[in-house]
Design a protein around this ligand. Structure first.
Ligand code: AKG
Ligand code: FE2
Length: 343
């Protein structure tokens, strides 16, 4: 049985070596252009019904979609759709709190925990994402929850929802593990929520409505082009609140972006940079972005919820084929956050 490595086993960086995450950052810096849009590519919808008995078939479908366009949607995923709606309701109520209340839960720098407002500047575009977000990272939430008198049920809803997301993400990752000749629970051990080193994050996102006079502004993005830092992302979108677009890695030259249609029943999934490294680049982490609405489109607010499965801080990301140097998940995330957040 292969086992995950932890920090004590990590090799140190050779003197003068480039920082580990540089490849990703250089790639990201060149992706800020408007590009074109195409609906020629299909973002596949994969049913997870009867997961245990259909495991091999589902694993085939996941692998095929992940190695092709890199993004796919799962349906019949086992998370009750009423629970998803409830999480969105709680999210909207949190963001409706007065600003001075939200400011009592400020984003902890480098910690992926707490509330931030327009602070994320993607290296691709250099302008802040037009959004606010609240991030929940299980072991880092001291003092970052509104009181029950301010928002009853918020904390328990978010904690319970994050746990469901973790379970689903681990099921999906177990399929990828087997295809990578790792044992089925390899990634589950690497994302252990019972450990103080857990750093997977549930992020509530609120993209602002676009008033008429801002509609034609240049270089304004809801989320500038990027790849995700994590192993696997689950993204919940709401019907009618579109804007997410993907660019498969093999086709970045043309910069033709494909919309990922939102629907209430589907969870959009994508491979992140950690899994790309872990898989010797066999599983690509692809560029995506959320573009601003255009005249004639829905211009109201957009709410999404993202779960980022990020290996525990003491886990070493090592690729069996040596494509990338080993790095701890703590160092990896820290470098990527440093390149993304102005404050
Ligand atoms: O909200 C979305 O649709 C995408 C968000 C995203 O890509 C991210 O936060 O990494
Ligand atoms: Fe993303």
């Amino acid at each position: 049985m292969s086992d995950i490595s932890t920090a004590s086993a990590a090799r140190s960086t050779p003197p003068g070596a480039a920082p580990y995450a540089m490849t990703e950052l250089n790639r990201e810096a060149s992706m800020g252009g408007l590009g074109t849009e195409t609906t020629d590519r299909e973002v596949r919808r994969i049913s997870l019904a009867d997961f245990d008995s259909r495991r091999a078939q589902i694993a085939d479908e996941l692998w095929s979609a992940a190695t092709d366009i890199g993004f796919f949607q799962v349906i019949d995923h086992g998370i009750d759709l009423a629970e998803v709606s409830h999480a969105f309701e709680m999210s909207a109520r949190f963001f409706e709190l007065p600003r001075e209340v939200k400011e009592r839960f400020p984003l902890q720098k480098g910690q992926n925990a707490g509330w931030e407002y327009m602070t994320q500047v993607r290296p691709s575009v250099g302008t802040p994402d037009q959004k606010e977000s609240f991030q929940f990272t299980r072991p880092r939430m001291d003092g970052l929850w509104p009181g029950e008198d301010e928002l009853a049920g918020f904390r328990s809803t978010i904690e319970g929802f994050e746990h469901k997301c973790w379970q689903l993400a681990m099921d999906l990752l177990s399929c990828f593990a087997e295809r990578l000749d790792l044992d089925r629970d390899f990634f589950t051990r690497a994302h252990d929520p019972a450990s103080s080193t857990y750093q997977s994050t549930l992020r509530l996102l609120h993209y602002y409505a676009f008033p008429d006079d801002q509609l034609d502004a240049e270089n304004v993005w809801r989320a500038g082009a990027h790849t995700d830092f994590d192993a696997l992302t689950l993204l919940f979108q709401r019907s009618g609140q579109g804007g997410l677009q993907v660019l498969p890695g093999a086709e970045t030259q043309g910069q033709a972006w494909t919309p990922v249609e939102p629907s209430d029943d589907a969870i959009t999934c994508n491979i992140g940079d950690m899994l790309m490294r872990w898989s010797d680049d066999r599983l690509p982490s692809n560029f995506h972005r959320v573009r601003a609405p255009r005249r004639g489109e829905y211009t109201g607010p957009r709410y999404t919820i993202a779960y980022f499965a990020q290996a525990n801080t003491d886990v070493v990301i090592e690729s069996a084929g040596g494509t990338h140097p080993p790095i701890t998940a703590a160092d990896y995330i820290a470098q990527r956050i440093a390149a993304n957040f102005a404050k």
